[in-house]
Design a protein around this ligand. Sequence first.
Ligand code: WTA
Length: 635
Amino acid sequence: MSNYHIKHLEEYFQVYRKSVRNPEAFWEEIAEEHFLWRKKWNKVLSWDFSKPEVKWFEGAQLNITENCIDRHLTTRGEKTAIIFEPNNPEEEAQHISYYQLHDRVCRMANVLKEKGVKKGDRVCVYLPMIPELAITILACARIGAIHSVVFAGFSSNALATRINDSDCKIIVTSDGSFRGNKSIDLKGIVDKALEECPGIENVLVVNRTNSPIEMKADRDVWLQPLLDAAYGDCVPEIMDAEDPLFILYTSGSTGRPKGMVHTTAGYMVYTAYTFKNVFQYRENDVYWCTADIGWITGHSYIVYGPLANGATTVMFEGVPSYPDFGRFWDVIEKHKVSQFYTAPTAIRALAKQNLEYVENRDLSSLKVLGSVGEPINEEAWHWYNNNVGKKKSPIVDTWWQTETGGIMITPIPYVTPTTPTYATLPFIGIQPALMNEEGNEIKGNQVEGRLCIKFPWPSIARTIWGDHDRYRDTYFTAYKNNYFTGDGALRDAVGYYRITGRVDDVIIVSGHNLGTAPIEDAINEHPAVAESAIVGFPHDVKGNALYGYVILKETGETRDRDNLRNEINQQITEHIGPIAKLDKIQFVSGLPKTRSGKIMRRILRKIASKDVSNLGDTSTLLNPEVVDEIIKDAL
Ligand code: WTA
C-alpha cells in the first residue's frame, strides 16, 4: 500500500525519506494505486536539467478527465463536484454533481469538436469565475486540446499578446462579468484584442450578464444553444503522459510573459497527491479555494487536484467585500466549508474591517486554513489563526509557483507543527537547496540563500511555449543542475524554510506576479514620458505596491502632474490591466545608473521604502547627484 494519506509527523519523515531515496519507486506506487491509466508507463522518470528535459511516466496513456470525472461516477455520481457561489448572494448557488459535470463537460467537448478543435490545438479561455470556466478547461482536456486561460482582469492588449504567443484558434468568453456591484464588459475587451489576433476563427460566448454586446457574423456565437443541442457523452481522447495539458502565462523579470507548459500525467499525480495531504481532504469535506482559475492556484487546487480526489470544490464568482466584508465568512457558513485556502492580501484587507463581520458567523465547519501567493506576515497570520481558525484550525502556508504546478514547501495540517511566516518543510518528494552567490549549495541549518530545487518532481513545467532556450536560461543556468525559483529563503535551526521574497525584478502585488519591464514599456509609450523605472515598496494590504519614477520629455514638463499621473495609470490599465497600476508616481530629472547604463533599482527601492540611511556607495554611479534630488522629492 502506498502512503497516499499522511497522518502523523513520523509518517511524514518516513515517507519523505522514501520519496527522496528512491523517487521512482515512490511515485510509481502512488501513480499505480490511485489513478486510472489506459496504458502503463515504460519508465517512471528520465531527466536532465542541463538540456533541460524532464519526463514522468513515459509511455503511459490516460485522459485526465477520466480521472477527475468518469471514475467517480459509480461511487460518487450524485455527489456535488462543484458548488458555484455567484457574485450576488441573492442568486441561488448551483450544486453540480459528478454526473452533471460529466454531462456538461462532454457537451462542451462536443461543441469544441464541432468548431474544429482537435488534439493539440490551443484554446484561449477568457471567462469570469462561473462554472463554464471549469467546464471549458475540462472539455479541452477531454479532447486533448491545450487550454490557455487568461485571467479575466487582463486588458485587451495583454489578452492579444497571450492569444498570439500560443496561436489560439478559438476563444471562449462571456458577454460580461460581475465583480461586486460592477459589471465588466468582457466581450468588448475580447473584440478589441481580436483586432490584433488574425488566428482566432471562432468566439464562443457565454451569456452571463445579459449586457448588450456586438456579435460579429461568422465569428461569434452564443454558447448555450450549442450546448443544448450537443450530445452529453464524449469519448475521451487518449493522451500520452507527456502531452501538454495546458499553457499558463506568468510574468518574467524581462520581456514577454512566459507561457509555462504543463503536461498530463505528472501534473495530475502531483496535484492530486498534494491536495489530499496539504488539505487533509476527507470524503464529505467541502473545500474552498478563493483564487481565480486564471491563476495556477485555481488550475491545480480548484479544478484538477480536488476533482481527481472526488472532492467537492467551491467556485466563488465575487469579491470579499461584496455585499459587505463578511462575504467570505457567509460563504463558509452557508456551504459548511471545511478547508479554506486564500491569499495574505485578502486576509490583510479583511483584518482591517470590524471584527463583527467574522465573529457573527458560524465558522465551526473549518478544519484547515491555507495561505498562498506571497509571504504571510506575522500579524496577518495571527489574525487568521485567532479570528478565523479560532486557534483550532492549523494554517498551511504553502509555497509554490506557476512553474512548479503544485505545492512545494508546506506544513501538513495536524502533522507538521506550524510557525508563523514559515512554510516549514518540503512536501514529499521535494528536494530544496539554498545557494550562495557563488553558486554553491549552503548546507546545514540557520542559513539563508537563493532557493533552488535539486531533483525533478512530477508537476514541474516542461518548457516555455515556443521558447525552450528561455526556459533553460531562466531556470536552469544560474545554478548548475538545479531549478532556480527566483526566490530567497532561509532555513532555521530546525530545518524549517521561510520564504523571504523575490530576488529578481518580479514584484508580487496582492499576490499577483508583475514584471517590471512590461509595466515600464507601457508607461514609456505615453507621449510625454521619456523614461521610467518601477520598484516595489511595502504596503500594508497588498504586501507590495508599485512606485514609479518617471522622466518626462520636454513636452510633458508644462503639463499638470496629477493629470499625467492619471494618464500613466490609464496607460498601464490598457496595456496590462488595473492590477498593475502604480500607487505612487514621482517625476524625476534622471534615474541613478551604473556606468554601463543599468538602472540601480536597489537605490530606487530603498528610497521608495523610505529607507535612505544606508544607500551604499553611490559615487560610482554615472549621475550620483540625481540620488539627492530623488530623495528630496520622494513621495
Ligand atoms: C510567491 C502562486 C511566500 C513566491 C502559487 C513565488 C510565496 C511566487 C508563497 C509564485 C508563500 C507563493 N510564501 N511567497 N507561501 N507562495 N509565493 O507563480 O515569490 O503566481 O515565487 O504562483 O509567489 O507566484 P505564482
